[in-house]
Design a protein around this ligand. Structure first.
Ligand SMILES: Nc1ncnc2c1ncn2[C@@H]1O[C@H](COP(=O)(O)O)[C@@H](O)[C@H]1O
Length: 177
């Protein structure tokens, strides 16, 4: 996998452990000359991962809605900037450009991106997967809920065809090779 989209928190107020793990992933992406595709923000885990990736040699593509650009929230680390009109075409662009999506811990924006990818896969628009990077069990609740949805027949069988889970950095990099 060479072009990897990351969905992750824009918050600067979260536990620093998450930025450490984001940095570790960014460094690995740089060392392996991957393309990082992400929201292009200069805050939170997005900034942590992009700074580390750039420092180690990754190419960086930011997919930036004009509204965020107008607010001056765009990283100065971008090699390529995709400007989008709104959040919907931004998600489509990230999905189109990336071979795989990795979900680091995040909030509503991250959940929106994950569900966009999974929902469009379930109706056959693509066959790309989301990898949940389950740092400190961050995604456990939602993964249990997926099992419930599947058992109660609210979701496709097997729902696992649309996502993978990496509980450790080693598991994640194995999936991204
Ligand atoms: N301020 C933002 N700049 C760039 N991208 C953003 C921003 N806020 C949300 N996003 C996108 O959504 C997630 C992060 O949202 P959270 O609510 O913090 O999880 C991120 O992957 C961006 O693509």
């Amino acid at each position: 996998m060479n072009k990897i989209a990351l969905f992750c928190s824009a918050s600067d107020a979260i536990d620093p452990i998450y930025a450490e793990k984001a940095k570790e992933l960014g460094e690995w992406m740089g060392e392996h000359r991957k393309w990082l595709i992400y929201g292009g923000s200069s805050s939170g885990l997005m900034e942590a991962v992009a700074d580390a990736a750039k420092e180690k040699g990754a190419m960086i593509m930011g997919v930036v809605p004009t509204r965020l650009e107008e607010r001056g929230m765009v990283s100065d680390k971008l090699d390529v900037t995709f400007r989008t009109f709104n959040l919907s075409d931004r998600k489509d662009t990230m999905l189109q450009e990336a071979e795989v999506m990795v979900a680091l811990p995040g909030g509503i924006g991250t959940l929106d991106e994950i569900f966009h990818v999974m929902a469009s896969a379930t109706i056959g628009y693509h066959s790309k997967q989301v990898i949940f990077y389950n740092i400190n069990g961050f995604w456990d609740d939602i993964l249990h809920f997926f099992d419930r949805l599947e058992k109660a027949r609210f979701a496709h069988h097997p729902l696992r065809q649309y996502y993978k889970v990496a509980n450790t950095f080693e598991e994640l990099t194995e999936l991204l090779k």
